[in-house]
Design a protein around this ligand. Sequence first.
Ligand SMILES: C[S@@+](CC[C@H](N)C(=O)[O-])C[C@H]1O[C@@H](n2cnc3c(N)ncnc32)[C@H](O)[C@@H]1O
Length: 276
Amino acid sequence: MTINKTLTHKKTLPFLRWAGGKKWLKKDINDLLPRNGFNSYHEVFLGGGAIFFHLEPKQMIFLNDLNQELIDTYRTVKTNVESVINELKKFENTEEFYYYIRAKKYRLDSRRAAQFIFLNQTSFNGIYRVNLQGQYNVPYGFRTKNFLEPENLRKVSESLQKAQFSNGDFSRTIDNVCKGDLVFLDPPYTITHNNNGFLKYNQKLFSENDQYRLSKMIDQIKEKEAFYILTNAAHFKVKEIFDKGDRVLKMKRASLVGGTNAKRGKYSEYVFTNCF
Ligand SMILES: C[S@@+](CC[C@H](N)C(=O)[O-])C[C@H]1O[C@@H](n2cnc3c(N)ncnc32)[C@H](O)[C@@H]1O
């Protein structure tokens, strides 16, 4: 049987490339959700929101990330998507234009959001990296893929209409969590996949202490009789911190290490959850 692709309903896709994105978990996430449903949906380390866009919850939605430019971009795509699209139409995917846009400081929300999306889509590897002055410093990527997909961006905006955004440390999101809610937590991985333990250079990004703080937050989620799904590196130290006698799953995924195709391998990650 042939499927007419133009008639198939296309799902909303994340509009950003994001390091540590959970695209690989999409195929399993439905099996992990609470069997009898959940009330509000919370994602506290939003990034590119692979799981949020996959689930497209119809409930109340709370989305948070520490990265202010990221959350500002989501907010503007939610409220003013046509202006963002119009701004993006003025951009061109060339090396010269990339560095011109990278150096700009815009005041207008729609232009700033367009700048963020453009740099994310045309940069070297889609990681978000800033220098000590807080300036985005990822080099040009020589990518040929379209950086503007208006149809998908409009769908993204639609999916975000019921979302409430916050921009801060994960610990501040607990106040919104109520009984029966689902909290998806995908923190930065600060532990190597081999047995070397915590990554020293990542200390500032998300330290061992942050992992313990996160563990306390999960205790609070449980006290509120809400559900959590936490992804994290498969490392004995992580298990020690987060094993609360709930479900612990070790999942395999293909991964690119160090950004080089040469080192493609299979890595395990932990999923901790009290969903049943
Ligand atoms: C692994 S990424 C999330 C990826 C996302 N699940 C996806 O599919 O694209 C982790 C995110 O946590 C954010 N983050 C880092 N430290 C944080 C903190 N203390 N509180 C909240 N968010 C934080 C980072 O900005 C990053 O976007």
